[in-house]
Design a protein around this ligand. Structure first.
Ligand SMILES: CC(C)(COP(=O)(O)OP(=O)(O)OC[C@H]1O[C@@H](n2cnc3c(N)ncnc32)[C@H](O)[C@@H]1OP(=O)(O)O)[C@@H](O)C(=O)NCCC(=O)NCCS
Length: 219
């Protein structure tokens, strides 16, 4: 078990056209002026109402099926519980001071609901290799009006930078849409196309050159 993340000083990155990240990931330069902050767990919980607005915009858009009640549950139940987990990290993108996108995760362990649910349906060798001690990406969302400017990519980049984890996991939509395309572009590999409940499982082996994202373990 890794040590619980202590409150860390806020780190900001002002995205600029000259970012090497821009060149490395080939993302578009229209996100000038956006700022990405790493929020400490308590700051993330304080920001829950603002994050809920982003949640409902992103997951309540046509083609997605979450509503305001889901956003409320996210803000009042899910996030406070997850903020207590080991190595919780939330990154928020701001435009004119307002949060327009966020991503977060923590260290996933056996005995938690999602890792156990996944371990129960994937081949034993895959579970053995990937599940437990991984960094679990739980949410990524960008408000509709701020999408397609490279923010989702920049948020994932900021989330993964500096993590010590060798493996990372997430689940996303099985069909072809922005989220799975973004993960694939960033080096995530499809581990299980459908877990049985309409979600695909993706993994990032951060020890491999193919996962040459920022802060790659062993890089
Ligand atoms: C997935 C999501 C977070 C991506 O956010 P985003 O800020 O739009 O991400 P990016 O801008 O980095 O990339 C998205 C697309 O915009 C394109 N793009 C980026 N900048 C662009 C620009 N300036 N002009 C035109 N297109 C651009 C990217 O190439 C990418 O294209 P693709 O979908 O055809 O592959 C967002 O679509 C979202 O919130 N979706 C709903 C919630 C969701 O699915 N969350 C993930 C759950 S697992």
């Amino acid at each position: 078990m890794q040590a619980r993340q202590t409150l860390q000083p806020r780190r900001s990155v002002v995205l600029a056209e000259s970012d090497s990240l821009e060149e490395r990931l080939g993302v578009h330069p229209h996100r000038l002026g956006h700022v990405i902050d790493v929020l400490a767990p308590a700051e993330a919980v304080d920001a829950a109402p603002e994050l809920a607005e982003v949640f409902v915009s992103a997951f309540g858009a046509p083609g997605y099926d979450e509503d305001r009640a889901d956003a409320e549950r996210f803000a009042t139940e899910q996030l406070p519980v997850h903020a207590e987990r080991d190595d919780f990290k939330l990154v928020a993108a701001r435009s004119d001071g307002r949060i327009v996108g966020f991503a977060y995760g923590f260290t996933g362990q056996r005995g938690q609901w999602w890792p156990d649910r996944v371990a129960a349906v994937v081949p034993a060798e895959l579970a053995e290799e990937w599940i437990g001690g991984h960094f679990e990406v739980v949410e990524l969302a960008v408000a509709v009006g701020a999408q397609r400017q490279g923010l989702g990519t920049a948020l994932m980049d900021a989330l993964m930078t500096g993590l010590p984890h060798r493996k990372a996991l997430l689940s996303t939509y099985v069909d072809d849409r922005p989220a799975p395309r973004l993960y694939q572009r960033m080096g995530w590999q499809l581990l299980v196309p459908d877990l049985g409940w309409g979600s695909a499982l993706y993994g990032l082996d951060r020890t491999m050159p193919a996962a040459a994202g920022p802060g790659r373990v062993g890089a």
